[in-house]
Design a protein around this ligand. Structure first.
Ligand code: MTE
Length: 323
């Protein structure tokens, strides 16, 4: 079995992370308490570990998800504190700032929610999100996350392989790319229509090659830190591709299309010279306006060297070998 190349330097200082033992003890505790009291237990957790806040109170009220952690993909034992990750978001539909996305997303309703999977497939389908979640093999994976803006974190996601969903609709042989689209509703996401930047091609779209999409690391996340995704992280379903820059990880998906040609994507359309379609994490390829050699570890003040493919080179390197 190939192991991920995680360096010792990745161990984050205590101040920024939730020790794994606390996380798992909490989950066992929640399970023992039963569903009726879970909300208040989550609240206690938020307050004791992160100094309670309206945002953490909202998160504590989200439904819990009990799944096994997949050890193969979870070689990092400490992850970024939830109170930090949930207040440092890029979700431009709601805000251009990071710390207030959760507030601007209040009117957004991630349920009921449907996802259309169509295009070059044998069996096009429209799924209700909760039916889809029941149908798919849910598990937890602790992945590194690297934004193109040179900050990094470690996140325990809950979700299922992209491949499991594609298998369900059976792509045709001429399908070469997977195009994904976020909801479009300027009434709840006013930035989609604020006219500030008329060049912004809403709704947000992203894409992968079929080989990338069916890769074992690619997942659709429906939960995080043991509960449903909060709105600011892309509820109710978002993409997670840990070897690529964060903007590829499209949030709040409503449509997945199998297509023959490389689809236009949000950032690649706005600035093709800055945000490529492939966008694999690579310390040697600088962004035109800054270096990618070093990354800032969220919540710690420390910096570390960026790893090729964000540390997943052993698993994904073969996808990009030429010649
Ligand atoms: N998806 C949508 N629909 N809209 C966005 O603005 N931002 C992207 C990505 N997915 C974005 C999106 C960027 S730039 C990043 S870094 C990640 O979401 C951030 O994910 P997080 O806020 O859950 O950490």
């Amino acid at each position: 079995m190939t192991l991920l190349r995680i360096r010792k330097s990745w161990q984050l200082p205590e101040s920024s992370v939730t020790p794994e033992s606390v996380f798992w003890n909490r989950r066992r505790f929640l399970k023992a308490m039963g569903a009726a009291t879970i909300g208040s237990a989550g609240l206690l957790y938020g307050k004791s570990l992160t100094a309670g806040s309206p945002m953490m109170d909202e998160i504590a009220a989200l439904p819990r998800i009990e799944v096994e952690r997949n050890a193969k993909y979870s070689t990092i034992s400490q992850f970024t504190k939830e109170s930090i990750a949930a207040k440092y978001n890029n979700f431009y539909e709601f805000s251009r700032d990071k710390d207030d996305v959760w507030e601007h997303a209040k009117a957004f309703k991630p349920r009921p929610w449907q996802i259309e999977v169509s295009g070059l497939v044998e069996k096009p389908r429209i799924y209700d999100i909760d039916d889809l979640i029941k149908r798919m093999p849910l598990e937890e994976r602790v992945y590194r996350f690297r934004c193109v803006e040179a900050w990094a974190m470690v996140i325990p996601w809950i979700g299922f392989p992209v491949k499991a969903l594609l298998d369900d609709v059976q792509p045709l042989s001429n399908a070469k790319f997977v195009k994904m689209t976020t909801f479009y509703d300027p009434e709840v996401a006013p930035r989609q229509n604020d006219g500030l930047f008329s060049s912004e091609p809403w709704p947000y779209t992203e894409g992968l090659t079929i080989a990338e999409a069916v890769h074992e690391l690619s997942m659709f996340a429906v939960g995080i830190y043991g509960h449903d995704l909060p709105k600011q992280h892309g509820a109710p379903i978002r993409l997670v591709v840990p070897w690529k820059y964060g903007f590829k990880n499209i949030k709040s998906i409503v449509k997945i299309e199998l297509v023959e040609n490389q689809p236009p994507t949000f950032w690649n359309t706005i600035a093709p010279n800055e945000y490529g379609f492939e966008s694999n994490v690579n310390p040697q390829v600088p962004h035109p306006r800054w270096s990618q050699a070093i990354e800032r570890v969220l919540g710690t003040g420390s910096r570390q060297r960026t790893l090729l493919f964000n540390g997943y080179a052993d698993l994904v390197g073969h996808l990009y070998q030429t010649g």
